[in-house]
Each structure stands twice: as structure tokens, then as C-alpha cells.
Design a protein around this ligand. Sequence first.
Ligand SMILES: NC(=O)c1ccc[n+]([C@@H]2O[C@H](COP(=O)([O-])OP(=O)(O)OC[C@H]3O[C@@H](n4cnc5c(N)ncnc54)[C@H](O)[C@@H]3O)[C@@H](O)[C@H]2O)c1
Length: 263
Amino acid sequence: MRAGIVGCGFIGSEIANLIDKSKDFRLIGLNDIDERKVKVLRKQLKRNKPKFMSLNDIIKKSDLIVESATKNVIKMILKNKNLDKKNKKILIMSTGGLIMNLGLLKKIKNCEILLPSGAVAGLDAIKSVSGRIASLTLTTTKPAKGLEGAPYIVKNSIELKKINKKTLIFEGNLKEAVAGFPKNINVAATLFLASKFEGINVKIIADPNTKHNIHEIEAIGGFGAIRASTINLPSRNPKTSYLAVLSAMQAIKNMKSNIKIGN
Ligand SMILES: NC(=O)c1ccc[n+]([C@@H]2O[C@H](COP(=O)([O-])OP(=O)(O)OC[C@H]3O[C@@H](n4cnc5c(N)ncnc54)[C@H](O)[C@@H]3O)[C@@H](O)[C@H]2O)c1
């Protein structure tokens, strides 16, 4: 499979290195808004030495497109006329960008869209009970300083430095969470796409004494209850949980495995 990477930061580089080692893939192009990232990544690769490629060419020429850039590229990708082709696959990490473009997402009929579970466990079960959920809550606990600069924090003049114990700083629906914490929405977005549940309740807790990003899902309905808790350590990129890249790499490995575990 010809593969192209959009976003050569932490996740993109790890995936490129994985793909580079596999005979099933041939890396044909790398794209990043910062061309230095492309050069650094190219030097790490052993088998393929792809050059910078435009977003349009990556979409046109790749059988597998890996998006590991930013939610802001999702609209451009979904609108690209070369995307929706049979035998094309795209793995999307910036799932926050998908919920901002649900109309465009629904129009894609041929291209296979892979959304790894990312930094959260339990989405397999949540998918199974979609349509049967009575209530769904996502509680995210983060180091207080990880929330600096979020529009909700700024708007409400919340002084994160003064928080000295675990504090619930936000509770609201998905739309409010997206507006208030646009950089922290991938997990909520993936949860919505898996559950299709419109009434997700999102809670954000600031904890000055943790180094973990913790995501707790609670779903209740006719099936019983599902509680999943994921206590993430950061990766080399302090904003990205290590599990997120492991999950993305597993999604690539799944493509070539004949045994599919989980749903
Ligand atoms: N689904 C999940 O659970 C999950 C978890 C962690 C991270 N993420 C998302 O995955 C993405 C990648 O994360 P990361 O840790 O590798 O981030 P990173 O900052 O290490 O890398 C992102 C790269 O994308 C590049 N970039 C930014 N805007 C771009 C654009 N318009 N076009 C092309 N390249 C662009 C940057 O220069 C950078 O090299 C982010 O959007 C992040 O929010 C998702």
C-alpha cells in the first residue's frame, strides 16, 4: 500500500517509522506545515525516503493517508475530491475536527475512515450499545497547567495557578466543551462518534497534583452500565498521551491482521 503522512510531529513520526519497517507499505509522501519536521523525519527512515508532498498529492496518490496534524486540516481533507475513492483508507487522529464537519463526514461513502480509540479505553463496548444509551458522561482530569489558555478558562478568568486541589472547573454538553476547550476534545469527539449519543455530559477536572491525563467514561442504559477509566502518562509530546500513539500504531497493524479483536 502506498502511504502518506499529513503531520510529521510525534504521532506522525512514530507511525512513519512503523510503516517504514513493514513490507506491506511504501511511504510515498510526507506533509507538514513546518518543512523542517519533514526533513527530520526523512532522516530517521531507513527503507523509504519520501519527500515533502502537497496535501492534495498525498490524498490523490496514497492508498493509506495518515492524518496526525491538527483538527484544522480535517475540513480540507474531507472536501478534497480525490479522497472518496474505493480502496482508499484514511486514519484520522484529530477527531475533534470531524465533529466540526459532520455534514462533510457523512458524504464520504467509499473511502474507509479509521478512527483509533486514541487516548481512551472502552469504545468497543460503547459502540456496541450505541442507540441504547440513557446517559453518558466523560470526566477528564488533567494537570491544571495543561488547561492554560483554553477559551473557557480565559473567559471565566479561572486562575489555574491558585487551584491547590482537584477541582471541577467545567461541566456541560459536547458543544460547550468543544467551544471552551478546543485543544482537549479528541476524546470527547471520538466518544460521540462511537456512541452517536447526543447528550454526552462532559466534566473537566483540574488537578495540580497529577501528571496523568485521566479519562473516565460512564454509560448507563438497558444493557447495564459501562465504566472505563484510562490513566494516561504523557508521551514525548507532553500534550499527547502515550496510549494515543500506541492505539494509532495498533490500528495500522490491524489492517494487515486476519484476526480482528474487539468490534
Ligand atoms: N484521537 C486521540 O485520542 C488523540 C490523542 C492525542 C493526540 N491527538 C491529535 O493527533 C494530532 C497529532 O498529535 P501529535 O502529538 O503528533 O502532535 P504534534 O504537535 O507532535 O504534531 C503535529 C504536527 O502537525 C503539523 N501541522 C500543524 N498544522 C498543520 C497543517 N495545517 N498541515 C500539516 N501539518 C500541520 C505540526 O507542524 C506538527 O509537526 C493532533 O491533532 C492531536 O490533537 C489525538
